[in-house]
Design a binder for this molecule. Structure first.
Ligand SMILES: [Zn+2]
Length: 319
């Protein structure tokens, strides 16, 4: 997130006609560098009385990504144009050509280069001439995870704005609020890998959750549609870690409860309706209750430091 004092400082310099024309926005992946670049672009292109007003046509065009004087290179935009995320020498040449044209709407043009850290030395060198002295009305923003990955010559020409991630405790608090079902261990693993970025932490949790769901769906299939051999091979054979097995068992319990719910005329919470109805038509209520019971007992044994292989084999056999 962009510091309030940085915003204030930029706006003051802008109205005094003293702001720099070349910026390096530095921050970890997912921390909001592109959003921040849009804020700067709005501030520069806004036609309202208090830039960035967020309401004028220019601000709305920036927000929706089609302002003709906001030129975006690299990142998602680059991949969409059929190129790679990294900006090439050719891209830089076309950028330089664009800077020599007149703005469409106002008297300023903003150029953003995403993933600038992935630019090869040749592309960075080509950029140097324009980054050093942008033409009148042209503003450049390089987005990078680390300014150290830029050539020293580029680094020294731009003004660096650090977009800091959130402190771990704040990030964990936000994750808990957004993902009330996530286990504390998952939250701390997400925070550890996220480098202060909520986006990165969220991606970690979502990926983990999707993987868990897939695993437990294979357990469900083996339990209600498979053979004893299937159950042994998908439930008992894999090697588990205790901290990852407990959430899987919880999920197994909840998915089976889902089937019970459907059996009693309710709507499933975790399973897709068709899937839950399929299991419900095959299993009796008694069977479903006994699966829930076996899973709960297994979970208690695993939690009490039981031998996980033995615990999971006993579970697979009892299903
Ligand atoms: Zn505006």
């Amino acid at each position: 997130m962009l510091n309030d004092s940085v915003r204030k400082d930029f706006l003051e310099k802008l109205s005094a006609g003293k702001c720099s024309h070349a910026y390096i926005l530095e921050g970890p992946a997912g921390v909001g560098k592109a959003e921040t670049a849009k804020w700067f672009a709005s501030a520069l292109l806004c036609s309202g009385r208090n830039p960035p007003c967020g309401e004028c046509l220019a601000c709305r065009k920036v927000r929706d990504g089609f302002h003709p004087d906001l030129h975006w290179y690299g990142g998602e935009a680059g991949s969409r144009k059929g190129g790679t995320r990294a900006v090439s020498v050719d891209d830089v040449r076309s950028l330089i050509r664009e800077t020599t044209m007149l703005p469409s709407d106002g008297d300023r043009m903003v150029f953003v280069i995403e993933d600038a850290n992935e630019m090869l030395a040749g592309a960075q060198n080509a950029l140097l001439q324009i980054f050093e002295e942008p033409p009148q009305g042209v503003y450049l923003f390089l987005l990078t995870e680390s300014r150290k990955s830029l050539l020293p010559t580029v680094r020294s020409r731009g003004q660096t704005v650090v977009i800091s991630g959130e402190p771990d405790s704040v990030l964990a608090e936000r994750l808990r609020a957004h993902y009330p079902d996530a286990k504390e261990k998952e939250i701390s693993a997400a925070v550890r890998t996220a480098g202060g970025s909520f986006g990165a932490a969220e991606a970690f949790l979502q990926k983990k959750a999707a993987q868990d769901r897939e695993t437990v769906r294979t357990w469900m299939k083996a339990t209600f549609e498979g053979s004893r051999y299937d159950r042994l091979s998908v439930i008992a054979m894999p090697k588990y870690k205790r901290e990852t097995l407990l959430p899987l068992l919880d999920l197994f319990f909840r998915m089976t409860s889902d089937v019970l719910l459907v059996k009693s005329g309710g709507q499933p919470v975790l399973l897709e309706a068709g899937e839950a109805a399929g299991y419900a038509s095959r299993a009796t209520k008694k069977k479903l209750l006994s699966v829930c019971d076996a899973v709960a007992k297994c979970r208690a044994r695993v939690d009490a430091n039981g031998n996980m292989t033995a615990d999971m084999t006993e579970l697979a056999v009892s299903l």
